[in-house]
Design a protein around this ligand. Structure first.
Ligand SMILES: Cc1ncc(COP(=O)(O)O)c(C=O)c1O
Length: 480
């Protein structure tokens, strides 16, 4: 008979109750709670005696007692089993042992369908190289990467140094590496910043339409969202001199989801606004590496002289999202309190992946990978723009110079874009509407992510998407 798993029984030799009595009570509790189900085999007397370090005789006597009480039954030459009669116990007892109703667990791994926004093409990720580097860091740092390393709440110093250099060279970010905290995706950074900087009722100024992950983090802290409209130059900076809001959230490189780039004059105005109001600016720089025609504007953080900008970044788009590697560059006054909170959450992030990423950056592989993605994604962007024109989609795309998504605006700014999105969903597409991301009425449109799909798939999907949208328009015309 295969060995049974060790039963979760705790016998305490200091107690007055005999080991036999404790064993009987423990076994009955396991049966009543459903850990040992009716019909299940119990461990052999030899196994249980060995697992619990008690005499076999104690187990034999306990089993005899439970047989007598009807909890166990013997099957000749097969062993001892939990009595099947217990399956027919009273409904109340059955309810006690029935598993609670829990939401259905999804046991399937998803892949994005066209045109789900913000999805990198994970097939471009150099997995074999990554695994080689992973094996190398394990060989060289070996066992140290496996221990708890509670002093490394902010992540491996080697990675933080590499990130500081990378951010300075590619985004102009000015910081000491000790200001960088590695987080589990940028979402964890947003969540921690919300806990650190907001109180119930705090006001957060946020681009609208805007990133739902950020909105969820602010709302979780009990904040009130003040939607700020977005136009071709990005977020409109409030004209009022004084706005009592401790936090402003923005995606200046490419406004999510419209794709507008925050103009230099607005960047300067926003920094001044924050300094005047003693507000923190959270700059979410999630996909700035993907510029195809001209270099990106330097980060907001690089223009800030008053130390109000908190720079948040992610490896989800440049590498793969499931790594859950993000980071935040904290102004020095926030470092200690952020570290305290980060430690409460999960001590520190997975160190093997952090060490691998440090090697990946240091070896130059990150730049090679970004260059490869850039040229591939630029081709996909061209395929999307060309086929949208060829299919005469009823959308205009004002921002086509980079990123991972294109926001297409309908000619009628007030049409019901959510209806279009629902119709597309029924046809197998994943194309959210702009109003999906908005709290206030925004210009009607759709958001099309293109980076996860090869050019032929983009062309074919745009043709089919055009058919769905034109059916919709003809249908709408008939009703009118
Ligand atoms: C605006 C924005 N910020 C950040 C992220 C990245 O989130 P994470 O690093 O948690 O994967 C995304 C992903 O879609 C995003 O759209």
């Amino acid at each position: 008979m295969p060995r049974q798993p060790i039963l979760p029984l705790v016998l305490d030799r200091r107690k007055d109750a005999s080991l036999q009595a404790q064993l009987a009570v423990g076994l009955k509790a396991l049966i009543r709670s459903g850990v040992l189900r009716p019909g299940a085999a119990v461990p052999s007397t030899r196994e249980l005696a060995r697992d619990q370090r008690i005499s076999r005789n104690t187990v034999i006597q306990t089993y005899d007692r439970l047989i007598g009480e009807g909890y166990l039954e013997a099957a000749p030459r097969r062993g001892l089993f939990v009595s099947a009669v217990l399956a027919r116990t009273s409904p109340r007892a059955a309810a006690r042992t029935a598993p609670p109703r829990l939401p259905d667990a999804v046991d399937r791994l998803d892949a994005p369908v066209p045109f789900r926004p913000c999805q990198p093409d994970v097939r471009l990720f150099p997995l074999r190289l990554w695994n080689r580097l992973r094996a190398r860091v394990l060989r060289s740092n070996g066992v140290h990467l496996l221990h708890y390393q509670s002093q490394l709440t902010f992540g491996l110093p080697g990675l933080r140094r590499s990130l500081a250099t990378y951010l300075r060279e590619s985004r102009g970010v000015q910081c000491d590496w000790r200001q960088i905290a590695v987080t589990n995706g940028s979402q964890q950074a947003l969540y921690l910043l919300a806990s650190l900087l907001l109180k119930p009722g705090s006001r957060v100024l946020m681009e609208d339409p805007g990133y739902l992950g950020a909105r969820a983090a602010w709302m979780q802290a009990g904040a009130t969202i003040e939607p700020v409209a977005v136009d071709a130059e990005g977020m409109r900076i409030p004209a009022e001199q004084r706005v009592p809001a401790p936090l402003v959230y923005t995606t200046p490189s490419r406004q999510f989801p419209t794709g507008a780039c925050l103009s230099l004059s607005r960047r300067l105005a926003l920094i001044e606004f924050a300094a005047r109001n003693k507000a923190w600016i959270v700059e979410d720089d999630y996909d700035s590496e993907f510029r195809y025609s001209r270099p990106p504007l330097p980060s907001l953080q690089s223009l800030d002289t008053s130390g109000r900008v908190i720079y948040v970044g992610s490896m989800s788009k440049v590498l793969v999202p499931s790594l859950r590697l993000g980071f935040v560059v904290l102004p020095p006054p926030l470092v200690a309190r952020f570290a305290e909170l980060r430690a409460v959450l999960d001590d520190h992030g997975p160190l093997i992946d952090q060490a691998t990423l440090a090697e990946f950056i240091e070896s130059g592989a990150l730049f090679t990978h970004i260059r490869r993605c850039r040229s591939e994604y630029a081709r996909r962007l061209d395929a999307l723009v060309e086929s949208a024109q060829r299919q005469r989609l009823p959308l205009t795309f004002p921002h086509t110079d980079g990123g991972m998504n294109l926001a297409g605006f309908f000619a009628d700014p007030d049409c019901d874009d959510e209806k279009h999105a629902r119709r597309l969903r029924r046809a197998g597409f994943d194309v959210p509407s702009l109003s999906h991301y908005s709290l206030q009425r925004s210009q009607a449109g759709l958001v099309l992510g293109f980076t996860a799909f090869e050019a032929p798939e983009i062309r074919d999907s745009i043709r089919r998407l055009g058919q769905v949208l034109s059916r919709r328009q003809q249908g709408a015309g008939r009703v009118a």
